[in-house]
Design a binder for this molecule. Structure first.
Ligand code: SF4
Length: 569
């Protein structure tokens, strides 16, 4: 599955391993001395503020600090950044008929488009500034280079121009104006590629420069040597795409940051902090009724989740899962002859579900296959090339589903159900056929959340299955990496000079990743099947993964007998 800027992480991609367990092989980093004024950091004190630092700071103040002072070995390669650069290149290629020229010589020569011009200058209080706009476009306006000048070009990710975009453009405009000796009243903003390329002229008014004047000294001050790193960002959803995520996850886990509690986003954390609840441990120790009353004045919805949040914090603090609702989480499997595990890979920006993967798991006389049995199950990767049309995909997909009419279709998160039912409707399936399909679809994520509280900071597939001991066969792969492979395969498969075996590799990796996601979904489903069904007395202790199921009544009061207020994914 994939995600892009502005798209909420899917339940399968979000989160990390359980907060109670540090990620395998990760050694905690100590940032306490990172900003001490060593000889090296004294050297960086004189380093300029760059457009990249400004961009980082506008996303998260801590990120800019880490960009400058953080341990380089803790920085992770980001597939999302690679995708962003790839999108930028494709937008530029759609805009320009020829390759751009390079450097200041090209500006003097009046080239239509220029790359590689590094801009330097001074900001408020003499702060040294540096920027590297990815593309400059010639305009008819006098400058020190002649009868022409340049304007910066920015490729926008997401639907709207953000404050981050605007201030980075303002910085480019300021430095470019000084470099060319002529004002830069506007910039060009691009989005999309090919026939979908959007172009928008953006005015660089004086108000933006005023904002820059206020922001740059604050950024410079926070990056001074000897300063402690700013706190973790309030809304840790922003961390999903950040290259410092491993490091910050460790810190959040170690300090019991409230964002570690599944269900707490930026706004809810603010509320809890304002009530004096500042850590996971404090939340776990809170009285649910007292907390509910305190939260009520901020809205009925906050009151309703108080007990839920305390219960979740308790489970995370104890490291033990707890049952939250009685009954069989997967009753549809009681008499099923087998299950199909279903997982879609998609390019959300192109609205393209390019792979529908199905893993066929047959029930034996001895029962459902365990992990090693599931690993031998037959996998059906149905590629959906847009040029082949949706009708062909539907024929193959519906044909496969019809071969196993009594087999439930297990998936993790709502994406698969939504996509499949929409596809069926577009392809003319009757209301009765869609109702039958709907009955077969079982969202394992939803069933898990309805019946269990787990000691994980996210109920995403990665976090839950990792906590259960499942390991993906390719390390560090996520939706963005998968999307990169997809684009690489699309680009190379017909390219002359690329050996067929090498051209096929990205697709093989995507299949492996997709199949692993299905196996991970099965690991969760199997755990649900094996978990004990206790005599219902409220929340009860559950077995730690790997141990044999053994019910044991809990003496803890049950805060979850209220209906599940947790938002569904
Ligand atoms: S991982 Fe999150 S808190 Fe850490 S630097 Fe990145 S955005 Fe900020």
């Amino acid at each position: 599955m994939q995600q892009s800027a502005g798209v909420s992480p899917h339940p399968r991609d979000s989160g990390t391993a359980a907060s109670a367990r540090p990620p395998d092989g990760d050694v905690p980093w100590d940032l306490s001395n990172a900003a001490s004024p060593t000889a090296e950091s004294r050297a960086t004190a004189a380093a300029p503020l760059t457009d990249r630092l400004l961009r980082s700071w506008l996303r998260c103040r801590r990120r800019a600090w880490l960009d400058r002072h953080g341990p380089a070995e803790a920085r992770r390669w980001s597939a999302h950044r690679a995708l962003t650069l790839q999108d930028q290149l494709h937008s530029f290629q759609s805009l320009l008929p020829t390759r751009p020229s390079h450097g200041e010589a090209a500006c003097r020569a009046g080239s239509e488009a220029v790359v590689g011009l590094r801009l330097r200058g001074a900001g408020p209080g003499g702060i040294r500034l540096e920027a590297h706009p990815p593309l400059l476009l010639r305009i008819d306006s006098p400058s020190r280079w002649g009868a022409h000048a340049y304007q910066p070009v920015l490729v926008r990710q997401g639907r709207h121009l953000t404050r981050e975009h605007r201030l980075v453009l303002a910085l480019w405009g300021r430095l470019l104006a000084a470099e060319q000796g002529a004002p830069v009243p506007q910039a060009l903003v691009l989005a999309g590629t090919g026939s979908q390329l959007q172009q928008e002229v953006f005015k660089l008014g004086s108000g933006l420069q005023q904002q820059l004047e206020e922001v740059l000294p604050r950024l410079a001050q926070e990056l001074e040597p000897g300063r402690q790193p700013p706190p973790l960002v309030n809304d840790r959803k922003k961390c999903t795409l950040c290259c410092w995520r491993s490091l910050c996850d460790q810190e959040a886990s170690a300090e019991g940051h409230l964002s570690e509690v599944s269900g707490i986003g930026g706004k809810r954390r603010d509320l809890l902090v304002s009530l004096g609840v500042t850590s996971l441990e404090q939340l776990a120790a809170a009285d649910p009724e007292v907390l509910a009353s305190a939260l009520e004045e901020h809205g009925e919805q906050h009151r309703d989740v108080a007990a839920e949040l305390v219960a979740q914090a308790l489970v995370q603090a104890s490291g033990e899962p707890r049952r939250r609702a009685p009954g069989d989480p997967l009753p549809e499997l009681a008499a099923a002859p087998g299950v199909l595990l279903y997982d879609i890979e998609s390019d959300p920006d192109a609205r393209d579900d390019f792979l529908h993967g199905l893993l066929r798991l047959e029930r034996r006389e001895s029962g459902w296959p365990d992990a090693s049995g599931a690993a031998k199950a037959h996998y059906h990767p149905l590629l959906a090339l847009q040029e082949h049309g949706e009708e062909r995909l539907w024929q193959r997909l519906s044909g496969l589903l019809e071969r196993y009419p009594d087999w439930p279709l297990l998936h993790y998160g709502e994406t698969e159900a939504i996509s499949l039912l929409r596809l069926a409707e577009r392809q003319g399936a009757t209301e009765a056929e869609r109702a039958r399909l709907r009955r077969r679809l079982i969202d394992v994520h939803q069933r898990l959340k309805r019946h269990w509280l787990l000691p994980v900071n996210s109920y995403g597939l990665k976090a839950v299955a990792t906590w259960l001991g499942f390991r993906w066969s390719q390390r560090g792969v996520d939706g963005a990496r998968c999307l990169l492979w997809w684009r690489q395969w699309r680009q190379d498969r017909h390219r002359a000079g690329v050996p067929p075996r090498r051209a096929a590799q990205p697709l093989e990796r995507i299949f492996r990743y997709n199949r692993d996601d299905s196996l991970a979904t099965w690991a969760v489903a199997r755990w649900l099947l094996e978990a004990p069904e206790p005599a219902w007395t409220g929340l009860v202790d559950a077995p730690t993964p790997g141990a044999s199921p053994r019910p044991s009544p809990s003496t803890t009061p049950d805060p979850s007998t209220t209906p599940d207020p947790t938002p569904r994914p």
